[in-house]
Structure formats: structure tokens, C-alpha cells
Design a protein around this ligand. Structure first.
Ligand code: SAM
Ligand code: DTB
Ligand code: SF4
Length: 335
């Protein structure tokens, strides 16, 4: 790691100066280094994130993905945030795997609305072979429409990533969700290592990795930094990093949790941008309850991807028209 630490100013916050004067990002991020980023004065953190953002991306371009839940609810897992887990009593209506034609109609509409990527999500622990086959067909057909394809289907077994690649899958979304040491407080039915194994299978097939987590689940700042360290220290960091703000859904164990300070969310986006300079950072779930001023700060902090369209998987997202107006006001163009 190249550092130029010229601590001549003798200020008390030595750690802060160390972080600011670093000329080159470390190859391996220490959790403490990322915590030091979070602790910077807000303007310093934003300046650093925005500078890195401009070195790597068109600062006014935001990639636009549309999500569709192709199989909803009734999931066997116990993810404490998720309205689709069968064991929690939420208002989500269970829906079997959608028919091909319905999926294609949704993809066509997403394309007409300006989305460049179509992401299909299924509430599975892991797809069975008989589940995967119709999904492969969906991927082929969506790809043939000229859209980038993304899927999030749960854990993949040996050979499944290969089939997805052959079908034309561009991205696979599988999140680490939180830091390793907080993970057991959130999910018990699958391990952190299970998730890393799936990500490895995706990488081996040269499918782009979309991997991030959820903020606002009661984790500490050190744990938020811990999640980012896991992502940034991957042999190849994910091409796409969704940062979700917990959407609290009645009936899930995380409903009623203290709300996160919005500036802490913006800081998380900035720290993601700094630690993963070349990844698309997606401002994901949570925009529906987020003031447009905070969203604008997230874009300034380096977020350059969103989910677009009135629904995420089961919860609401801003109306397309609202987002169009926000993009216009901020001079952002969709990528
Ligand atoms: N079942 C698959 C899986 O868990 O990998 C795919 C779908 S799952 C709903 C995709 C991701 O959505 C989760 O990993 C989680 O990060 C995010 N998510 C789910 N519920 C959420 C909520 N209430 N708020 C924010 N993010 C959420
Ligand atoms: C991701 O990280 N966020 C999206 C996508 N990947 C699949 C899902 C957010 C889900 C929010 C809760 C819901 O709508 O059910
Ligand atoms: Fe199931 Fe995915 Fe929800 Fe977990 S996040 S309960 S695996 S749908």
C-alpha cells in the first residue's frame, strides 16, 4: 500500500489525517480504515467520495434496473428482514412461478420505460432443477429483447451457474446482507460461507456479481464497515453493490426497529464508493421513504444505480414519473 502520511499539522485526529492523505487505496481494507472513513467530517467524506466517483464514472449517469418478483412468498428461510419468509405473518400474497409471457410483458414495459437491466427475483432458498428450467427460458427471451439480464434465485448448486451463463445471464444478485459477526442475528438457516460459495460459483462462470447488503438492521457502524470490508476485499469486488436501507415490514422480526439516521446511510454509500471505486453502487431498497434531498446526497456520495419502477419485489418503490422528475431536477441521465 502506498501512503504519504505527512502528519505535519499536528492535529489531534491523526487517524483522520492518515485516511485523507492516503494516495492509493489499500489492496486489503481493514475494518478500522473504513470506520475512519465513516468518522470523517461529512463534507470531507463527501468530497473524497465524489472525487473518486468522478475519476471512475460519468458523474451524472445513473444505471437503471427494473425488478420483478417472478416467484413470491412462501420461502423456507428465516431472514429476519424479509416479508417473503413463510414463517412470518405478513400481507405478502404467495404466488407460484410466473408464466413466461407475463414476465416478458413486464420486461417489455421496463424497456419502454427506459430500464437497461431487468432483474428477476424468486423467493427460494435455492432453485430446484425443475424451477431453474423455466427461468433459463425467461433469461434467454429477456436477453433477446436487448435488455441486460439479472437474476436472484437464492443459493446455487454446482452446475447451476453454468446453466445460467449459457442462457445469457449477465448478473447474479446474491447479498452478504451484513458483517459476518452480525449475520447470525439476522439469519440462521444458511451460513455466511454458503453465500460466499454461491458467489464463487457465479464468479467461476464469469457472470457479473451483484452483491451488497442491508443497512439499518440494528448493526453497529463497525459492522457496517465490516460488510463493506468483506465486499471490497473480494478477489474481484462485485461489479454491482446494492446498498439497501431496511424496509420495515409488519410481521417480520425487524419491524419496529429504530430508524437509521439518514446521514449514516449516505456515509455508507460514500464509504462503498471509496472502497470499491470501480463498482456500480446501487441505492436500492428504501427510496420510497427517503426524502429526495437524501437521495441527491446519495448520488453525490457516488451511488450510480437504482431500481426503477413502482415495485421492488413486494414493497413499494417511487413511481417512475417521480424518478423521472428527480433525474430532471438533478440533471441525471439514465444509463
Ligand atoms: N431469495 C433470494 C435470496 O435471498 O438470495 C433472492 C431474493 S431476496 C428477497 C434478495 C435480497 O433482497 C436479500 O438478500 C436482501 O438483501 C434484500 N431484501 C429483502 N427484504 C428486504 C427488506 N425488507 N429491506 C431491504 N432489503 C431487503
Ligand atoms: C437487492 O439487493 N435489493 C433488491 C434486489 N437485490 C433483489 C430487493 C429489495 C427487496 C425489498 C423488499 C421487497 O420488496 O420485498
Ligand atoms: Fe427467502 Fe430470500 Fe427472503 Fe431470505 S431474503 S426469506 S431467502 S426470499
Amino acid at each position: 500500500m502506498q501512503e504519504s502520511v505527512i502528519d505535519i499539522r499536528g492535529l489531534d485526529n491523526a487517524e483522520r489525517i492518515k485516511v485523507q492523505l492516503r494516495t492509493e487505496a489499500p489492496k486489503r481494507w481493514q475494518v478500522d480504515d473504513i470506520v475512519a472513513l465513516f468518522e470523517l467530517p461529512f463534507a470531507d467524506l463527501m468530497h473524497r467520495a465524489q472525487s473518486i466517483h468522478r475519476e471512475n464514472f460519468d458523474p451524472n449517469g445513473v444505471q437503471v434496473s427494473t425488478l420483478l418478483s417472478i416467484k413470491t412468498g412462501g420461502c423456507s428461510e428465516d431472514c429476519g428482514y424479509c416479508p417473503q419468509a413463510a414463517r412470518y405473518h405478513t400481507d405478502v400474497e404467495k404466488q407460484d412461478l410466473m408464466q413466461l409471457e407475463e414476465v416478458l410483458a413486464a420486461a417489455r414495459a421496463a424497456k419502454e420505460n427506459g430500464a437497461s437491466r431487468f432483474c428477476m427475483g424468486a423467493a427460494w432458498r435455492s432453485p430446484k432443477q425443475r424451477d431453474l428450467e423455466p427461468v433459463l427460458k425467461m433469461i434467454q427471451e429477456v436477453k433477446a429483447m436487448g435488455l441486460e439480464t439479472c437474476a436472484t434465485l437464492g443459493m446455487l448448486k454446482d452446475g447451476q451457474a453454468e446453466q445460467l451463463k449459457e442462457a445469457g445471464l449477465d448478473y447474479y444478485n446474491h447479498n452478504l446482507d451484513t458483517a459476518p459477526e452480525y449475520y447470525g442475528d439476522v439469519i440462521t438457516t444458511r451460513t455466511y460461507q454458503d453465500r460466499l460459495d454461491t458467489l464463487e460459483r457465479v464468479r467461476e462462470q464469469d457472470i457479473n456479481v451483484c452483491c451488497g447488503g442491508i443497512i439499518g438492521m440494528g448493526e453497529s457502524r463497525v459492522q457496517r464497515a465490516g460488510l463493506l470490508a468483506q465486499l471490497a476485499n473480494m478477489e474481484r469486488p462485485p461489479e454491482s453493490v446494492p446498498i439497501n436501507l431496511l424496509t420495515q415490514v409488519e410481521g417480520t422480526p425487524m419491524y419496529g426497529m429504530d430508524e437509521l439516521d439518514p446521514f449514516e446511510f449516505v456515509r455508507t454509500i460514500a464509504a462503498a464508493r471509496i472502497t470499491m471505486p470501480q463498482s456500480f453502487v446501487r441505492l436500492s431498497a428504501g427510496r420510497q421513504s427517503m426524502h429526495e434531498g437524501i437521495q441527491a446526497l446519495c448520488f453525490l456520495a457516488g451511488a450510480n444505480s437504482i431500481f426503477y419502477g413502482e415495485k421492488l419485489l413486494t414493497t413499494d418503490n417511487p413511481e417512475a414519473e417521480t424518478d423521472r422528475k428527480l433525474f430532471d431536477k438533478l440533471g441525471i441521465h439514465p444509463l
